[in-house]
Design a protein around this ligand. Structure first.
Ligand code: PRP
Ligand code: URA
Length: 207
């Protein structure tokens, strides 16, 4: 099942605020972090744990501590708006960066930066990119992660288009996409409709 729809009311409420054209960058960044916390928690539900015992004021208590190595990979630049959320949940996660940019006329993504941690083979790799539109950026990022040795990859996005989902499903059937929604489709400029506009521009006020 490559798509996991996250329909939690708090996720859907945050998504609506992000969609709203009157939401200014300051609030947009805050809500992007809030929704990303919820989505990342869902995407990491299967993390392995190890039993550990601590001393409460009243005696020993055994519980579960996270045991897996997590690598979070924001796709620049919009993916940076989701990074603090994941690091807030998992401060020890390692971070890789991928710079991908869609050409404004062709919407074809090209890579301009890549810096990944070593030893991804046994890591839980979380690629974070809020918009999955044509899927070009996602496929390019996934190609790179696979070439770097990653075997357990999941994508977290905030809005997905059916076109992008179909491309990822076809090229990477083992990769699960966590998203609150799959929108209607793409317009002539390859923007998601109704979507929320250009995520990076709204995050950083570059409209
Ligand atoms: C946006 C978005 C994705 C990509 C999705 O980034 O953050 O990376 O477009 O579109 P696709 O599925 O058609 O490839 P953009 O290239 O606009 O760069 P930015 O994050 O620097 O704004
Ligand atoms: N990138 C965005 O930021 N928004 C879209 O709708 C498509 C790609």
């Amino acid at each position: 099942m490559p798509v996991r729809l996250v329909q939690h009311p708090l996720v859907q409420d945050a998504l609506l605020t992000l969609r709203d054209a009157v939401t200014a960058p300051e609030e947009f960044r805050r809500i992007a972090t809030r929704i990303s916390v919820l989505l990342a928690a869902e995407a990491l539900k299967d993390l392995p744990t190890r039993a550990r015992t601590v001393e409460t004021p009243l005696g020993p208590a055994t519980g579960q501590a996270v045991a897996g190595d997590v690598v979070v990979v924001p796709v620049l630049r919009a993916g940076l708006g989701m990074l603090d959320a994941v690091l807030g949940l998992l401060p020890t996660a390692r971070v890789g960066h991928l710079g991908l940019q869609r050409d404004e006329t062709t919407a074809v993504a090209s890579q301009y930066y890549s810096r990944l941690p070593k030893g991804l083979e046994d890591s839980y790799v979380l690629m974070i990119d809020p918009m999955l539109a044509t899927g070009g950026s996602a496929v390019s990022g996934l190609d790179l992660l696979c070439r770097a040795g990653a075997r357990n990859i999941r994508i977290v996005c905030i809005v997905a288009a059916p076109e992008g989902v179909a491309v990822v499903e076809r090229r990477f059937p083992d990769v699960t996409i966590f998203t609150p929604v799959i929108d209607e489709g793409l317009n002539a400029h390859k923007f998601i409709v109704p979507g929320l506009g250009d995520f990076g521009d709204r995050l950083y006020g570059t409209t």
